[in-house]
Ligand binder design. Sequence first.
Ligand code: NAD
Length: 353
Amino acid sequence: MREFEFEIAARRVVFGPGSRHRLAEEINTLGSQRILIIADPSQSSTAKEIAQQLGTSCVGTYDRVTAHVPIETAEAGRDRVRELDADCYLTIGGGSAIGLAKAIALEIENPIVAIPTTYAGSEMTPIWGLTEGQVKRTGRAARVLPRLVIYDPELTASLPPQVAGPSGMNAMAHCVEALYAENANPVMSLLAEDGIRALAIALPRVVAHPEDIDAQSQALYGAWLGGLTLASVGMALHHKLCHVLGGTFNTPHAETHALMLPYVTAFNLGSAPDAERRLTAALGSSAVAGALRDLGQAVGAPESLRALGLAESDLQRAAELVTQAPYYNPRQVTTENIRELLQDAYTGARPRA
Ligand code: NAD
């Protein structure tokens, strides 16, 4: 067995259908008196229900949530916090709502409580992101890690299937890359493997029957494990590629993850035997990259980079950006081999074994 180091950020998680109704009792332990709700616009009725539950401890609701946290939105949110003298940020929404709370907390430190409504996993991480001009900066700060996370599978049931599927594949990507992380460790690999198993079973079910709360629970459990692994071990080529594609070519976050994962998995497997063994067990197939491709296509991943709006002439630039400042990866990356991988994703070819 290889040597390893292990660290985990201990935070409270409450998981189960209807668990949002326990919020008032749970939040008491934080001692917050002036809670600001930061809600995705799709969650306005849940935000009202929660505000009622909190009574006078809720000082307002802020819903200017947009993708990738533009600095202007973060600054407007910080102004609102000062105006209301808020002492806690309660998010109801996906990665964009949680990202906004993190950007606010970066400057005005207060505990964050998250009620996630997608599978992106940001609620488990100390990773923040802020977009200024065309450039998205990211970083890590302990103060932005949510102190309490309430996973209520009844809330993901309203996700439209075309959002749910790619969002679940985003969680899958966290789990897959955790298996071959530079600082991988046996405990996180166990969690990642179980996350992959849960997501592979649950995603086709939640896309076909969003009202199936048992399937939603399993998908959200996989999402939780995805977030936990993303927070705990380093990510590799897949996350770097998605960062470049989203940041430079403006491709949508979850859809880019869903499309690229099988190609990167095919690229890395020969250099990551333990990951291959665990993926084979979790997916119930030894043709791992093909199984991920089939799963992605079944749950609404885009067909190709071409379908996401990239031009073939963009591929060389993307390959250069990936290799200029590469993340750790189990297989060595070169501009040539990444250009080849991107070509396959561009045409939507079946990932090479
Ligand atoms: P999102 O939060 O932007 O939500 C996607 C869409 O789904 C939005 O239109 C939203 O209104 C809608 N929506 C959300 N929940 C819904 C529900 N239950 N029912 C109906 N509609 C709903 O997308 P996301 O994929 O959750 O998050 C993406 C963002 O999060 C990106 O900016 C990404 O970089 C960031 N992210 C950060 C981390 C981290 O650790 N910091 C991890 C993952 C993602």
